[in-house]
Design a protein around this ligand. Structure first.
Ligand code: KG4
Ligand code: ZN
Length: 337
């Protein structure tokens, strides 16, 4: 079955064609990075307008590269929650219109569920490896999730303030780096000394929750006192190491506490090279099967929505066309006892 995936929850307009939840035929992402760069962050109204302009060309490209006609699409999967409401509504309206025109089933997908299923696109053996401990690290979310199968998610831990991606973006802004902060800070950090500045590792010594707001404040205070004495690359490397240390420590702790031996790290921050290296080393030490998707599948994309949608359809059937679009929505569906 060919699934048409649609993702417009934030600042990427994306359409993909994925076969049977496993084979990506096309995954087109039109980024709005340049548009928002001049404002130093995402402007919701600008994002919505751009989705409207880009949707049809991105859809055409996804079908052409995926060598698929609209008639061959068997299922439509669209992100309906959480995200910027105006941005989400562009993708949801388009998906509903296609569903009516083509008379095909539709499924509404939680954006974070899409991130989880990016790992299944990277390694299909994950389907036989439940339970899985997943670390979701994106611009808006940082969560440790216990996953038992499609739709069976329990929250093990989450950030109490900023998300990991937000910590990267806010740190980059304080360092005077252009938007998008995460990749730019990480690039600068490559030539720096990660041990130069002893930044705090928030809540590292206990539990599975996260806190990154103290790190951001520590960076601001350091920059005020330092007045340009320390090379920016050293500061960036030290700041990046503080975030990565916490993420690696918490995932290791979650794996040890649950005695689970399969893990995945997904979301935009999973594209970070230092995080990939450190997570891989941790997985070897712990004897854990770890999946970290390619960067293209880590940042927002529609292939992950199509993959999650395929499994939703096979587990729960289609959604009614009247489904809602929501700015906020929890991922967890049950509590671990
Ligand atoms: O998953 P995503 O594309 O969008 C959300 O759902 O939020 O994640 C975007 C976040 C941004 O905060 C961005 O700075 C961060 O992922 N990011 C990175 C890297 N690439 C993207 N952070 C650190 N290093 C990177 N290479
Ligand atoms: Zn995302």
């Amino acid at each position: 079955m060919k699934v048409l995936g649609i993702e417009t929850s934030c600042d990427e307009t994306s359409v993909a064609v994925v076969e049977s939840g496993a084979r990506v035929r096309s995954n087109i992402v039109a980024s709005q990075v340049d548009l928002h760069a001049r404002y130093g962050g995402i402007v919701p109204e600008v994002a919505s307008r751009h989705h409207v302009e880009r949707f049809i060309p991105v859809l055409r490209e996804a079908l052409a590269i995926g060598e698929t006609t609209l008639d061959e699409v068997g299922l439509i999967a669209v992100t309906n929650r959480p995200g910027l409401l105006g941005a989400l509504l562009v993708g949801v309206s388009a998906a509903k219109a296609l569903t009516m025109a083509l008379n095909r089933p539709i499924v509404a997908v939680h954006h974070l569920e899409g991130h989880l299923y990016s790992a299944f696109l990277a390694d299909c053996t994950l389907h036989e490896r439940h339970p899985i401990v997943a670390l979701i690290v994106s611009g808006g979310h940082t969560q440790l999730v216990w996953m038992e199968g499609y739709g069976r998610y329990a929250l093990l831990g989450a950030t109490r303030d900023d998300a990991a991606g937000e910590a990267f973006d806010k740190g980059a802004r304080l360092l005077g780096l252009p938007y998008p902060g995460g990749p730019n800070l990480s690039k600068l950090a490559e030539s720096g000394d990660p041990d130069r500045v002893p930044f705090p590792r928030g809540m590292i010594s206990e539990g599975l929750d996260f806190s990154f707001s103290g790190l951001k404040t520590a960076l601001r205070t350091f920059l005020e006192k330092d007045r340009g004495a320390t090379p920016l690359a050293d500061i960036a490397a030290s700041y990046e190491a503080a975030i990565v240390d916490v993420l690696v420590t918490k995932l290791r702790r979650a794996l040890q506490a649950t005695r689970v031996n399969t893990a995945c790290v997904v979301g935009g921050v999973a594209a970070n090279r230092l995080l990939q290296r450190r997570m891989k080393a941790m997985a070897v030490e712990e004897g854990v099967h770890l999946v970290m998707p390619d960067p293209m599948l880590c940042t927002d994309n529609a292939a992950m929505i199509a993959a999650a949608g395929y499994w939703r359809y096979h587990t729960c059937g289609p959604d009614a066309l009247s489904f809602d679009t929501l700015a906020t929505a929890p991922l967890a569906t049950f509590q671990l006892t």
